[in-house]
Design a protein around this ligand. Structure first.
Ligand SMILES: Nc1ncnc2c1ncn2[C@@H]1O[C@H](COP(=O)(O)OP(=O)(O)OP(=O)(O)O)[C@@H](O)[C@H]1O
Length: 598
């Protein structure tokens, strides 16, 4: 066999094998013969779309040769798109394993020495398309220059991929989840080096370290990075998010909850509000499109550190998350997998996804306190009652690791406490929500409830990519007030999918539709609440399909507590609040993620 017959352009020398291109295939820029490791002698072509190769043997046997009935070359692994390639490098002289075919169609292994180069790319698992792995193709040739020329050409093409990060700031939480943050970073760091992405790594030493670093970083330094990556859990991610946004996001606050002087008991006793009452107040036409937001203009507190250079929404600067936490809901919702390699590869390939962010403002810590408004941003979830009590309880058992949430959850469930509160929310979708709820009831009756009733959020989601602004929906919005005793009040920005809730707290929440999913769980018998929790833990369950649960898509809500109080759990952090309000900002930040492939 003549080895590496040399390079040729598409005007081939007739002594070289021709590659037949199908209609629609792009012509190649470069074509050469190589020995491909584990495959055999191939003709490699570089096209604007990527690399493709064909086995020399199969050129004359296009229907695919076989050995004892096994296909030798599969069409599915004979190309790689340039959008899936993240590096090419020359690795000098060394061994290449060739798979040679005999005339009988059978194959045997042969090892030769030659110059080699590697192409690093990604591969999506067929069974779980959200799972990405890295794949390396090695090509060998007798001529060193040929290998180097190919490496240079491929790298030249990779240089044209402008979405990809070149420089990142990375925070590693060494004690997150099972305390393996550093090991997880060490496992994925080589992928960043191969892709020539510069990383400045900071290993956090205490809670608040990443927050302080992001608050004090100058805009000049922040701008020198293409993004910031958290190697940790949702808590570390939210610390970074808050560190960046608190001093750089300028927007009017959400409205202050209304005063209830006349309904609040001055002796601090629990006031029984009676049964839960819901009042819908239609807006007068011509009124400001968002009455709650109009209040916020009056209550706007000027940001003491306005920063014109890095502002949000921001398309260029992106956030990344490599999971090593206890729950990792944000990563599961935004990549579809809880896998450090998948996340690292999505960062390296410069995937881009807009994400809604909620701004939560605490106005009063207690009934009598006079506080400055305290702002927190959240990318995932804020919950009161059950969720607040679980986080408070779980803090006592930190030493248990992630298991503390199960233990604390059981204890809080057994106490079965409900809290008196009033929630006002902008009801943007009342009609749709009611129709949907009726649909769910009918489906539940006929046991068809596994069928998804609304579009689930996925990669290239239609709902998230519509141009409809949330203010459009305000045109038909209504302000609704609900007063009652609640086991929990939850506001989800995303579905909050995790291992304990495989479909998430709100299965049909979207990553960037501009809505919060407000879930009001009214007081009910413990067995019913257990039923709800069981449905939450079940894949395909219908945890919101109960009469004691209200589910509203909203943009803004306010909250006031009465009598005995719980605390808010904002992304795993406790926020004590007697009066609080929240609003969502559509697509406020961009992530290095591609969305779940469902
Ligand atoms: N080096 C550190 N030591 C202790 N706490 C830290 C450190 N670095 C960050 N933290 C804090 O730990 C909190 C939780 O971190 P993270 O979400 O990464 O891990 P986790 O195991 O998922 O935690 P949790 O279950 O508490 O959410 C963060 O909010 C952060 O404030």
């Amino acid at each position: 066999m003549k080895r590496n017959g040399g390079d040729y352009s598409m005007a081939h020398d007739d002594s070289q094998p021709h590659i037949q291109y199908n209609v629609g295939e792009k012509p190649s820029i470069l074509t050469s013969n190589f020995f491909m490791d584990q495959v055999g002698e191939i003709v490699l072509a570089l096209t604007p779309d990527g690399l493709s190769w064909k086995l020399m043997e199969s050129l004359s046997n296009e229907d695919g040769s076989s050995c004892w009935g096994i296909r030798l070359a599969s069409k599915s692994d004979t190309s790689i798109k340039s959008s899936d390639v993240y590096a090419a490098d020359f690795i000098d002289w060394g061994l290449v394993h060739e798979t040679r075919h005999t005339n009988a169609g059978c194959l045997f292994d042969h090892v030769s020495e030659m110059y080699r180069f590697r192409v690093h790319g990604i591969q999506k698992s067929k069974a779980q398309p959200s799972h990405w792995t890295s794949i390396i193709h090695t090509f060998g040739h007798d001529n060193r220059q040929t290998c180097q020329m190919w490496v240079n050409r491929i790298n030249m093409f990779l240089g044209l991929e402008t979405n990809r990060p070149k420089s990142l700031l990375v925070f590693v939480h060494p004690r997150s989840g099972k305390r393996n943050g550093c090991r997880i970073w060490e496992n994925v760091a080589p992928l960043f080096s191969q892709a020539k992405v510069k990383t400045k790594v900071v290993v956090t030493e205490r809670a608040g370290h990443a927050f302080d670093a992001m608050t004090s970083i100058t805009n000049r330094e922040l701008n020198s990075y293409d993004g910031v990556v958290a190697v940790g859990g949702d808590g570390l991610f939210n610390e970074i998010l808050n560190g960046i946004l608190l001093s750089r996001h300028n927007a009017p606050y959400p409205p202050v909850p209304p005063d209830h002087g006349q309904t609040v008991d001055t002796h601090n006793e629990i006031v029984d509000p009676g049964p839960t009452v819901t009042m819908a107040e239609p807006l007068a036409s011509g009124e400001d499109e968002s009455p709650l937001l109009s209040t916020s203009l009056d209550s706007h507190v000027t940001n003491p550190n306005p920063d014109p250079e890095v502002s949000f929404p921001n398309e260029r600067f992106r956030f990344g998350l490599i999971p090593s936490g206890s729950t990792d809901a944000i990563v599961m919702c935004t990549t579809g997998a809880r896998d450090p390699v998948t996340s690292a590869l999505q960062i390296i390939l410069g995937e881009r996804l807009r994400l809604d962010i909620a701004q939560v403002v605490r106005w009063k810590t207690s009934r009598t306190s006079k506080d400055e408004p305290r702002v927190r941003y959240t990318a995932s979830f804020a919950g009161y009652g059950f969720y607040g009590d679980v986080i408070t309880e779980s803090e006592k058992y930190r030493w248990m690791g992630p298991k503390r949430y199960d233990y604390a959850g059981t204890k809080v469930f057994l106490k079965h406490r409900s809290y008196d509160a009033e929630v006002s929310y902008i009801n943007v979708e009342q009609e749709k929500t009611n129709t949907w709820a009726n649909g769910r009831r009918i489906k539940a009756f006929w046991d068809l409830s596994k069928e998804p009733e609304r579009a689930l959020c996925r990669a290239k989601c239609d709902v998230c990519n519509t141009n409809q602004t949330t203010s459009d929906t305000h045109q038909e919005s209504k302000l609704t007030r609900v007063r009652g005793r609640f086991l929990s009040i939850g506001a989800a920005v995303i579905s909050c999918r995790n291992e304990k809730a495989p479909d998430g707290f709100v299965a049909d929440a979207h990553l960037s539709d501009g809505f919060l999913d407000l879930i009001l769980i009214k007081d009910c018998p413990r067995a019913f609440y257990l039923w709800h929790l069981t449905e939450l833990a079940r894949k395909g369950g219908t945890p919101l399909n109960f009469d004691f649960i209200e589910h509203h898509k909203t943009t803004t809500f306010t909250f006031t507590s009465f009598g005995e109080e719980s605390v808010w759990n904002v992304d795993g952090e406790v926020l004590v609040a007697h009066k609080l309000s929240a609003q969502v900002f559509r697509g406020l930040i961009s992530l290095f993620a591609s969305g779940p492939e469902t």
